[in-house]
Design a protein around this ligand. Structure first.
Ligand code: URA
Length: 269
């Protein structure tokens, strides 16, 4: 039998190697299995409120959690209130799976001209409670600085709790968090959205396409009530750029297109 000391030494070995979450060989859809989901996430017959693309067809019904998130988000009249509402919300199963500590909602200027929306917090973000503060975030900050955008940006994600093992959030998890993301956009009213990576672009634009076909193309994001229309530009995720430095050229081209349009809009008449 393994002694405690051996087990601790083995765990330390895996932690040093960057293995910080326990996963099974095959993914388990815990929402569908209904094993740890809070009651409001259990399957019901009503049609999902936001399930427009084919990829969402097999997702569990999260309409009740979405309704709860929408009601909470609507009451938030400031970003601080929104952070409190997200932190108190139990309808996203990620809160009980991947997150070690806290909800990770936003960082940056509450009156930002640009809102960057990533996929979801990673390990460093989970620890610090702020989005994009790990290696990918440092690259993002360097790119924003090089484009002259430092201080003009608010950064958030499609989900507010770290997915276990940094997996991509499911569209059900994103749909449950979407009312809070939409409320953040409505409170900040940025002139533009930069969508980092396919998981962000597909969730925010309600699409189901590869990021390589979406990136560098302008889309119009519309709020559900139709009161807001904001230009949105998908681009490559900085974590992808860390793995594929040759792709930085394309992300940089996207950022230049965006900055040029932003500067034109922001210039006094
Ligand atoms: N990747 C993301 O998409 N968001 C973060 O906050 C960090 C890494």
């Amino acid at each position: 039998m393994m002694t405690t000391a051996t087990a601790e030494s083995l765990l330390a070995f895996w932690a040093d190697a960057g293995v910080d979450a326990m996963l099974l060989d095959a993914p388990v859809d815990r929402i569908a299995a209904g094993r740890i989901a809070p009651p409001q996430l259990q399957a019901r017959k009503a049609a999902p409120a936001v399930a427009p693309v084919a990829a969402r067809a097999n997702q569990p019904d999260v309409s009740e959690a979405i309704a709860q998130a929408s009601a909470l988000a609507a009451q938030a009249d400031s970003l601080e209130a929104l952070v409190a509402a997200v932190s108190a919300f139990d309808g996203c199963p990620l809160k009980f799976e991947g997150a070690a500590s806290q909800a990770v909602v936003y960082r940056g200027d509450p009156n930002a001209a640009l809102m960057v929306i990533g996929e979801g917090p990673g390990q460093e973000e989970d620890l610090q409670g702020q989005p994009f503060v790990g290696r990918a975030g440092q690259l993002l900050d360097r790119m924003l600085a090089a484009a002259g955008l430092t201080g003009r940006v608010l950064i958030t994600n499609t989900v507010f709790w770290r997915p276990p093992g940094n997996r991509t959030p499911t569209s059900a998890e994103q749909a449950v968090c979407a009312p809070f993301v939409e409320r953040a956009i409505a409170l900040v009213k940025p002139r533009m959205l930069l969508l980092a990576g396919g998981a962000s672009a597909n969730s925010i634009l309600k699409k189901d396409e590869g990021i390589l076909s979406l990136r560098g193309r302008w889309f119009e994001w519309r709020s559900n009530d139709g009161s807001l229309e904001i230009p949105a530009l998908p681009t490559l995720h900085p974590a992808f750029l860390l793995r594929q430095p040759a792709a930085k050229r394309r992300a940089w081209a996207d950022l230049l297109i965006l900055t040029e349009r932003l500067d034109r809009l922001d210039r006094p008449a």
